[in-house]
Design a protein around this ligand. Structure first.
Ligand code: CTP
Length: 397
């Protein structure tokens, strides 16, 4: 699939640079020619000798050395590859690309290239979440640069959160997707995520504690395998992954309308924590406290979006997947839910307090398919997403 391709690999200066060595090996195993470029900071983390030994090619480090050499100038180097990959892409490198800087070899190559670019960001969680980095990310994705990761997890700096570079095999999958050779290339997948907000009046609403973390990770993992993802999200706290089409909604009824409008799709995954009810007598104006006593809130059932899509006779996606949060008899309840909703798979998790899964970083999943139940080991939500995306790709193949 990748054999014969040429990748220009820019290794930035972060502790994740060590994973770039493994990435080179994985690419070489697949018959990819890797031309390595090491930034000055990258050279503080991995040695030029390791990089060039693994790549089997000279490592490029200096802008002026290169231009002084008659053999290959920076313009030629930037265009000699089929894809430019930046791993790790530090906050500084992302800022340089977004700003169009060209003050060292890596940034000059990135500005001069006419080739597609894929970045694998890696940095401290605060740096990733900083408004400047998020602004740069939006600029880069707007410029058509593909992004893989970062993942949530424990970081070398001792903090926890998004910022860990994607694993080498995830980057390989994203490289395949960039070449249109991802296992989900050409497939359209709808993912619902986050909570819904059901208004009581223009300023108050009913909500739940869903962060949208699992849905966002899943949308990112599907995109990395080449899928076109319609990401239908309620007001989540975790930002959507780059590269997806984000359709923001508030209520369950809006979510249903948007999901239906996004059809046809090859698969639809319902990771949203949809409110079961909305307020039938929501006030058009802010409800005032006063002499009339406590306001009466009348609840009305929301549409079950998963059941409605799974039960469609026309335009039913080939694979419809629901989530189930259970606190007891997980396998039994989840299997019953699968039958009741008419979906193909249920991703069930035990959210009883002793598991620490609710609001936590990890998940423990039981996957219920038509063939039975699979008990997955406890792993991060990013790993659950990557594994589920692989399974979805296999099912749609
Ligand atoms: N779902 C949906 N629309 C709703 C309610 C739920 O699409 N109105 C989807 C969710 O996205 C999820 C699955 O259905 O994929 C969860 O089903 P639900 O009946 O809400 O199960 P639980 O929340 O686990 O609740 P219960 O206590 O009823 O088992």
């Amino acid at each position: 699939m990748l054999s014969g391709k040429r990748v220009l690999l820019i290794i930035g200066g972060g502790i994740a640079a060590y994973k770039a060595l493994d990435l080179i090996r994985r690419l070489k195993e697949r018959g990819v020619a890797v031309t390595p470029v090491l930034t000055r900071a990258g050279g503080e983390f991995v040695t030029p000798l390791s990089v060039s030994a693994l790549a089997g090619e000279k490592v490029h480090q200096q802008l002026f050395d290169l231009t002084a050499e008659a053999e290959m100038g920076h313009i030629e180097l930037s265009r000699s590859a089929d894809l430019v990959v930046v791993a790790p892409a530090t906050a500084d490198l992302m800022a340089k690309i977004a700003g169009g800087h060209a003050d060292d070899l890596a940034s000059t190559l990135l500005l001069a290239t006419d080739t597609a670019v894929l970045i694998a960001p890696a940095m401290n969680v605060r740096m990733w979440q900083h408004a400047a980095t998020q602004r740069n990310l939006a600029t880069l994705t707007g410029d058509g640069i593909a992004v893989v990761g970062p993942n949530d997890g424990d970081m070398a700096c001792g903090e926890y959160g998004p910022g860990r570079m994607a694993e080498p095999l995830e980057i390989v999958a994203a490289i395949e997707a960039a070449f249109g050779a991802g296992p989900l290339s050409g497939k359209h997948v709808i993912v619902t995520s986050g909570p819904t907000h059901e208004p009581i009046d223009p300023v108050r609403y009913i909500a739940n504690r869903s962060s949208g973390a699992q849905g966002a990770a899943l949308a990112g993992a599907l995109t990395a395998l080449g899928a076109r993802v319609s990401f239908v999200t309620g007001p989540a706290t975790v930002p959507p992954p780059p590269g997806v089409e984000v359709i923001a909604v508030e209520t369950a009824r809006e979510m249903q309308a948007v999901v239906e409008a996004a059809l046809p799709a090859d698969a639809a995954i319902f990771a949203a924590a949809v409110a079961d009810w909305h307020v039938a007598n929501a006030g058009a104006q802010k409800i005032k406290k006063g002499k009339d006593g406590l306001p009466e809130i009348a609840l009305k059932e929301n549409p079950d979006i998963l059941a409605a899509i799974a039960g469609r006779s026309e335009n039913r996606p080939n694979l419809v997947i629901g989530f189930a949060a259970e606190t007891e008899n997980v396998a039994e309840h989840a299997a019953a839910k699968r039958a009741r909703k008419g979906c193909d798979w249920i991703v069930a998790n035990d959210v009883s307090p002793e598991t620490g899964i609710m609001g936590g970083a990890e998940n423990k999943v039981l996957l219920i398919t038509g063939d039975g139940a699979e008990d997955w080991p406890r792993m991060s939500k990013a790993e659950v997403a990557a594994r589920l995306a692989q399974r979805i790709a296999a099912a749609l193949a």
